[in-house]
Design a protein around this ligand. Sequence first.
Ligand SMILES: [Fe+2]
Ligand SMILES: [Fe+2]
Length: 162
Amino acid sequence: MISKRMGKALIDQINKEMYSGYLYMAMSSYSDHIGLKGFAHWFMSQYQEEMGHSSKMYHYLQEQGEHVQLLAIEKPQAVFASPLEMFEKTLEHEKFVTKSINALVDLAIKENDHATNIFLQWFVTEQVEEEAHASEIIDKLKMVGEKGNGLFMIDRMLGDRK
Ligand SMILES: [Fe+2]
Ligand SMILES: [Fe+2]
């Protein structure tokens, strides 16, 4: 069993993960709209990862006997100024999620909730990767200046994501 407060905090986190997925799906759609198929593929994979995160949390709550009462998902941004803006927004959003995961760990520690603390460790590690991936792509986009051949190359690279 987990506390009411922890349960509610994890349900909020499910919402944040779903919103992340929604945001990346919107970015995928916009990328497709402007002809960047590789970017579209990358953001769609990201969408799927976020859905995986939310269902991981959902199943954990189920196991803990929680009635998961889902919240409304906010409408994401639909149009972006540039491919770089999409990745800057991605990094900014992942930093926000990292803070949120860290706050969950703090709460688990405060409540001596060892099971939830251990459950959350996977997400702590995952956030390090997610921030690193977004930063790496931002660096590349800045390097090529988002035009012509360079952008084409990055689009191909992003299209190779498994
Ligand atoms: Fe996530
Ligand atoms: Fe994420």
